[in-house]
Design a protein around this ligand. Sequence first.
Ligand SMILES: NC(=O)c1ccc[n+]([C@@H]2O[C@H](COP(=O)([O-])OP(=O)(O)OC[C@H]3O[C@@H](n4cnc5c(N)ncnc54)[C@H](O)[C@@H]3O)[C@@H](O)[C@H]2O)c1
Length: 260
Amino acid sequence: MSRFAGKTVLITGATGGFGSIAAKMFAAEGASLVLSDHPSRDVAGFAASLGTPAEGIPGDVGDPALHEALVACAVEKFGGLDVAVNNAGIVHARARLEDVSPEDALRVVNIDLMGVWYAMRAQIPAMDTRKGGRGGAIVNVASLAGIAGAPQLGVYAAAKHGVVGLTKTAAAENARRGIRCNAICPAYARTPMVEFDIDNVVAEKGMEREAAAAWIARGVPMRRLGEPEEVAQAIVWAAAPDNGFMTGQTIAIDGGVMSV
Ligand SMILES: NC(=O)c1ccc[n+]([C@@H]2O[C@H](COP(=O)([O-])OP(=O)(O)OC[C@H]3O[C@@H](n4cnc5c(N)ncnc54)[C@H](O)[C@@H]3O)[C@@H](O)[C@H]2O)c1
């Protein structure tokens, strides 16, 4: 399929677990890409490796100027912006919410919530059909922690609930402006973010890695972690032009957690 031929797709956190796989899936379907990641990552090198027209722009998603630059790149290099995947995110050190440090809390809110708002603020006018845009789709990568509480990750959960609020509001405000907006809400999937959790369980409980992964997945009806590909395909599906009537949704990719 070439559902994204002639379309420009912007992805933040593009060298990470979900971001890098989604970038390859969009590229395989003909998209031109504007990819971004933290300056500590080689996003330009990653963009160059994809064999599709792609720009790699480093920056911190907590900086509003980054998002203006990414949208300007989509317009100047590829003629417009059609899809934005706001995917970059971090967690804070696990702690009961009264024990999260204010510095850690502010960092998570700035990257996970403000970073998505800064992104959407730049992306929406560029897609808005009433302002000369081509219409499009925004996919925010929230979390299961965006639709339910997350013990030991309380401020992360608050930030991701905020992302869901931004998503639903943007969907309603832009439904007649040609822009769909949905949130993907994964449970634990095996990306570098979760490999770090597995490391912690191995260190704390003295388990083997696979036993530690199973321990993390013990509350998941499927009794396993998600695969990053299973989340990335949902990102692509949410963005796809043939999914044109779906907007304002929070889609759990969770092995059944929200069904019980
Ligand atoms: N892996 C999971 O189980 C899981 C579950 C629920 C939600 N999520 C969410 O999915 C998204 C992607 O996570 P992942 O699992 O692929 O993790 P990851 O750590 O592999 O990827 C995160 C990416 O975000 C980038 N990033 C972090 N801080 C940044 C900053 N300040 N500026 C720019 N880029 C920054 C990282 O460099 C990395 O490329 C995140 O928003 C995360 O909260 C992940």
